[in-house]
Write a protein that binds this ligand. Structure first.
Ligand SMILES: N[C@@H](CCC(=O)N[C@@H](CS)C(=O)NCC(=O)O)C(=O)O
Length: 328
């Protein structure tokens, strides 16, 4: 359990920023493997076996895909302080409600934010980025069309921001009205961080978030909090090659597990294909090590003979578990 926490990421990734904040929240020491922001990722591929999205968390030869599962794993391995503190003045927790906030922040809210990316500028300055993200989305990004749609997307952005401002409007310090922040604050922080980082719609939120003063104060409160908790050994750089060597010499920690009632009859030992249901739809094929209602863990090397013999973990929500193609 005392193995090094390795984050594969790049600085501008809002999902990776969520995990960086979460690691600071729990004062976890971690090392950083900076990955290119577009494919190919020759030092991630041998570990994640085709999963292309960022971030990926590696602990030894366990490879965790998707922020939802990464956060669950961090909560298991580092339970204190919990991502789910009690409600103020109560011994009750809002775990399910807080987890569900991610469905809003990561899907509809983030779709709105991402639609404000300056695609026309990028088409000139970084056409390879636009091409890569077209592949990632599974459809061609049309920069001129994206510009035309911006006023509509800004209307949506106003709704998302007003909802957050409304949540904070009764004077609560944190979004789930907890004594200290919860992971819900970090879920909700991701989009404002991304919007301001790329300065994407200052005509909506103001230069310094003046239009949404409660969001502004809360955002500062949260970043001060996580900064104060940051471990001294947070974020030191490691090369991708070194991370691969660590995976090669470490046994995966996961033991075979199965909850057949809740895993659609999938069992350890079966070969399956796991694929995201939204973006970056590259299938990863492997032998099931464990499978339950929340996650599926597979060993891709056992099938392909390629890369490192890692156990790659996926959440169930947001991914399809399918039979692999007959011919491989
Ligand atoms: N559901 C995934 C979404 C991750 C995601 O879309 N990440 C973006 C970066 S912020 C990405 O992978 N973009 C394409 C890429 O970097 O290859 C998660 O929560 O981890």
């Amino acid at each position: 359990m005392s193995q090094t926490v390795i984050l594969h990421h790049y600085p501008n990734s809002p999902y990776a920023e969520k995990i960086r904040q979460a690691l600071d929240f729990k004062s976890i020491p971690w090392v950083s493997v900076e990955q290119p922001r577009i494919l190919p990722r020759p030092t991630l591929d041998p570990l994640a076996h085709g999963y292309r999205r960022i971030p990926v968390l590696q602990i030894g030869s366990d490879v965790y895909c998707d922020t939802a599962l990464i956060l669950d794993e961090l909560e298991k391995r580092f339970p204190e302080p919990s991502f789910y503190p009690c409600r103020k003045g109560s011994d009750k927790k809002d775990v399910g409600i807080i987890q569900s906030l991610a469905q809003w922040t990561d899907r509809s809210f983030f779709q709105t934010s991402a639609s404000l990316i300056p695609w026309e500028l990028l088409a000139k300055s970084a056409p390879e980025f636009v091409k890569d993200r077209s592949q990632y989305r599974g459809r061609e990004i049309d920069p001129a069309e994206a510009t035309r749609a911006k006023p509509l997307m800004k209307d949506h952005l106003r709704v998302h921001l007003k909802r957050l401002e409304d949540i904070l409007s009764d004077g609560r310090e944190w979004v789930a009205d907890t004594e200290t922040p919860s992971i819900g604050d970090i879920h909700l922080y991701m989009n404002p961080w991304f919007l301001t980082g790329l300065n994407m719609a200052p005509d909506v939120y103001g230069k310094e978030w003046e239009t949404y003063p409660l969001i502004k104060q809360w955002f500062q409160r949260l970043t001060q909090f996580t900064k104060s908790k940051r471990h001294d050994d947070a974020g030191s750089a490691m090369s991708g090659e070194e991370a691969i060597e660590i995976a090669k010499r470490t046994e995966a920690t996961v033991q075979a597990f199965a909850d057949t009632q809740n895993s659609n009859d999938r069992k350890p030992g079966e070969v399956v294909m796991v694929i995201p249901d939204d973006t970056g739809k590259i299938p990863v094929v492997g032998v099931i090590v464990g499978c339950d209602v929340d996650q599926i863990a597979i060993r891709p090397h056992k099938v392909s003979g390629k890369g490192v013999d890692t156990v790659v973990h996926f959440p169930r929500l947001g991914y399809y578990v399918l039979d692999p193609p007959a011919k491989m």
